[in-house]
Design a protein. Structure first.
Length: 251
């Protein structure tokens, strides 16, 4: 019986939706969490709009084991994630003394300090996520983990969670390369997928050495089943007139 631990990622920020900033956090989150046995099942990019953030947080925290958010915990007017998380949980927002103390270590004029201290806002009852870069910490409410949007800072925060989260079965993959067009093997892949519903079979076209081909990626949690599917896929490639290239396994 499979032991699946699921997660959703909420990427918060108008700058992502406008294209001004390119998100790189999702890739790091998905690969890191996957290696811990936590499968990212859904990712959403949402704007800095209070109702949207609240609705998405509440929707995801009820559907998934974990929710990870990035962005919107800075010192400016559009950094509203902390307030929104508090509203999603129906609690007030407070200034966390530990975050405030860290921020106050660096002197600044009163108006600048007041802006910086906005980063000390957390929902009442929140725990902290350490920030190895030395900046303000992130926070956690129940199964919702709130982290910075700056990639280096987010990655540092995430690293401190290793070993503290419940993990499940780790998804592994097996890759096969075939110099066939997707349409030449689509029917066979559909039949194999129907036979093994707990395994994901993906096909990705490529052009290499002046030849068209398809990369076939099999993903699942059971090594023996992956091997069975891989053998079935390679036989399907042979039946279509080409010799498959077994690219091996990876997590």
């Amino acid at each position: 019986m499979s032991n699946i631990v699921s997660a959703a990622v909420l990427i918060i920020g108008n700058e992502i939706l406008s294209g001004r900033t390119q998100d790189v956090n999702l890739n790091h989150l998905a690969t890191t969490l996957g290696s811990w046995g936590i499968q990212v099942r859904e990712a959403r990019v949402i704007p800095d709009i209070e109702a949207t953030i609240v609705d998405n947080v509440n929707d995801c925290r009820g559907k998934f084991d974990y929710v990870f958010t990035t962005g919107g915990i800075g010192p400016t007017h559009d950094d509203i994630t902390a307030v929104c998380i508090a509203k999603a949980f129906g609690v007030p927002t407070i200034q966390h003394p530990d975050i405030a103390a860290r921020i106050s270590q660096r002197p600044a004029p009163d108006d600048v300090m007041a802006s910086r201290l906005l980063m000390a806002r957390v929902p009442e009852g929140a725990g902290l996520i350490e920030n190895p870069t030395g900046g303000p910490q992130g926070f956690v409410m129940d199964n919702v983990y709130v982290m910075a949007g700056i990639p280096m800072v987010m990655q540092g925060m995430l690293s401190t969670l290793q070993g503290t989260l419940r993990g499940g079965d780790i998804v592994r993959s097996r890759s096969i390369r075939a110099y066939l067009g997707e349409s030449q093997i689509a029917t066979q892949l559909g039949q194999i997928q129907a036979q093994y519903p707990d395994v994901d079979i993906g096909s990705y076209p490529f052009f290499r050495d002046n030849r068209y081909g398809t990369a076939l990626v099999i993903r699942g949690t059971k090594t023996n089943v992956l091997e069975d599917v891989a053998q079935a896929v390679m036989q399907a490639v042979r039946d279509s007139g080409e010799e498959p290239e077994d690219m091996g396994s990876e997590e």
